[in-house]
Design a protein. Structure first.
Length: 571
């Protein structure tokens, strides 16, 4: 090891490294462009969340009663196509990038991401690509209407001739390139810019999840981009890649779902990471099974690229036993994660501030979605409910239950860190309970609608089908769900205008990771000084040194414990 003073010389803090850089005046425009991509991603993705939510409310209003009330069949097709596209690729995926830009550099002790200009470029690709895709609504034939999955041959130039379809294809390709570039940036930052002492197995769980998510993006998004370019070549140049006569319809499904299922985990893993940051703080305990949680995350990421064809059971063109087995298998590491989360809460000193409330809401909601996922993984059961509202309900329990619940948990948890003000607890809990009741009222009954045989993506149904009562309940609840955003918007405005300034580094009192070891909000390059990093909880070690010393003694080898005991006896 060498003498202590040598070791200390090899542990420069980030601030010393920054002071070595010659000082120059920073232009305000440059700061806004390069250092605020976190805010831009979060605001833009939340705006798309609202737009996608409004489309969902239009669809639910249409389905409240039999008959066509407010939308034609064509408008309904455009609405569900763009709703799915917006929520998955313009809200959930960039929301991951927003939280990562916001939190990850702080958690690893870095002053910024590795490539700030690349980060800015990735954001503008995402924004302009998304606007191009949504811009289809401004064309004479309207936006794309072939579903967010764009199944061939429905998406070819004969059956979908409108320019809105071309805008959708090329817009998503642009946006996908932005996601790929952002992931390269995140991987580089995590591998190369960790603070001294921040080894891989001292990184926060959120950072691990971001790293694995970025790797999945590099595996999945190039496949989507290639498929989209081939589809556009079919439409404009007669390339015949996806012609049904040579198996092109199934080829598209294989390519799309090879992207599509890792995409589910691309939008789930970062939000699992947020939950893993929140639960230990409000349980007053370190994460139970830190290494096991990392291993489970790696297993989920690896298995996610082996299960894509469970979306294709009813095609008759895939090996059912293999994909069914792999889909059952991916439930195991997910169960390990739940075991870790509940083990962290077990016998902890629990308090249910708003971030923890959202985290518990996530645990309840995602459990429902996981159970219905096991049902759909079984081909004999999937055959009966495939393309029904049972699948719609399952998908929303998994995706909405993860992304939106964890998003609000993260907002309430880290809001004081980045604005210096705490969101109002009473309004936060009002948002939670309104959204929780509205969400479960909307989607729980859709399981029964699917089991009764209501197909998804239909704009209308007959009164004698017997679907009216459950659809009415679902629609009323969806408007309760939509109204839940109103107290959140009021909360943000009230906090910005009247909120009290946070004077401490860690307003929650039990923060564990490195972001709680700097001011609220952080300085320009995140840290003025860095604490020594001896464990996966450096901020907790800094603020509670007596507990950290006890932990070190507990984890020390037997000989060192005996030596410490001898010293105590000698006193």
């Amino acid at each position: 090891m060498g003498p202590p003073h040598v070791r200390h010389r090899r542990r420069p803090t980030a601030v010393l490294l920054l002071h070595d850089v010659p000082h120059r005046r920073t232009d305000r425009r440059e700061v806004l462009q390069l250092d605020r991509n976190d805010v831009e991603y979060l605001v833009t993705s939340f705006a798309f969340f609202v737009i996608g939510g409004v489309m969902a409310l239009f669809m639910r209003a249409e389905l409240a009663r039999p008959g066509l009330q407010i939308m034609s069949n064509e408008q309904f097709n455009q609405a569900f196509t763009m709703h799915g596209t917006i929520m998955l690729l313009m809200f959930a995926t960039p929301l991951f990038a927003g939280f990562t830009n916001w939190i990850m550099p702080l958690q690893i002790g870095a002053p910024d991401v590795a490539f700030p200009r690349l980060n800015m470029f990735a954001y503008w690709l995402y924004l302009f690509g998304s606007l191009i895709a949504v811009g289809g609504f401004l064309t004479p034939d309207g936006a794309a209407d072939f579903g967010w999955f764009a199944y061939s041959p429905l998406s070819d130039a004969v059956r979908s001739p409108g320019i809105g379809a071309d805008l959708w294809i090329m817009g998503l390709a642009f946006s996908g390139f932005g996601t790929i570039l952002g992931s390269v940036n995140f991987i580089t930052t995590i591998i190369c810019m960790r603070a001294p002492g921040m080894t891989m197995f001292r990184m926060p769980i959120f950072v691990w999840n971001v790293l694995l998510t970025a790797v999945l993006v590099l595996l999945a998004f190039p496949v989507l981009a290639a498929a989209l370019f081939a589809l556009e070549a079919d439409r404009k140049f007669g390339a015949h890649v996806f012609d049904a006569s040579n198996g092109g319809a199934l080829l598209w499904q294989h390519l799309f779902w090879f992207f599509g299922h890792p995409e589910v985990y691309i939008i789930a893993l970062p939000f699992f990471g947020i939950i893993s940051e929140v639960i230990p703080v409000f349980s007053r305990k370190p994460m139970f099974g830190y290494m096991g949680l990392i291993a489970a995350t790696i297993a989920i990421a690896g298995l996610s690229v082996t299960v894509w064809a469970h979306h294709m059971y009813v095609t008759g063109g895939v090996l059912l036993p293999f994909f069914s087995f792999m889909t059952f298998l991916i439930a195991v590491p997910t169960g390990v994660k739940f075991f870790n989360w509940i083990g962290t809460m077990w016998k902890g000193s629990l308090s249910f501030e708003t971030p923890m409330l959202w985290a518990v809401g996530f645990l309840i909601t995602f459990t429902f979605g996981g159970l219905t996922g096991v049902i759909l993984a079984s081909p004999p059961m999937d055959f009966h409910v495939s393309d029904s509202y049972f699948v719609v309900a399952h998908f929303h329990y998994v995706v909405f239950g993860t992304v939106v619940f964890a998003m609000f948990s993260g907002f309430h948890f880290w809001w004081p860190k980045f604005t210096g003000k705490m969101l109002d607890e009473r309004l936060g809990k009002m948002t939670f309970w309104t959204l929780f009741v509205g969400f479960h009222g909307t989607f729980l009954v859709q399981h029964w609608l699917g089991a009764e045989g209501m197909p998804r993506r239909y704009a209308d149904y007959l009164a004698q089908d017997g679907f009216t009562a459950l659809n009415t309940i679902s629609t009323i609840s969806s408007f309760v769900l939509g109204a839940s955003l109103l107290p959140f918007f009021y909360n943000v405005w009230k906090t910005a205008k009247y909120g009290k300034k946070v004077e401490v580094d860690d307003p929650w009192g039990y923060g564990r990771s490195l972001e709680w070891a700097t001011s609220c909000p952080p300085p320009r390059h995140n840290f003025l000084t860095l604490p020594r990093i001896r464990s996966e909880s450096p901020a907790f070690d800094l603020h509670h040194p007596e507990i950290a010393a006890l932990d070190q003694l507990e984890n020390a080898p037997h000989g060192e414990k005996a030596l410490a005991g001898g010293k105590e006896a000698g006193k």
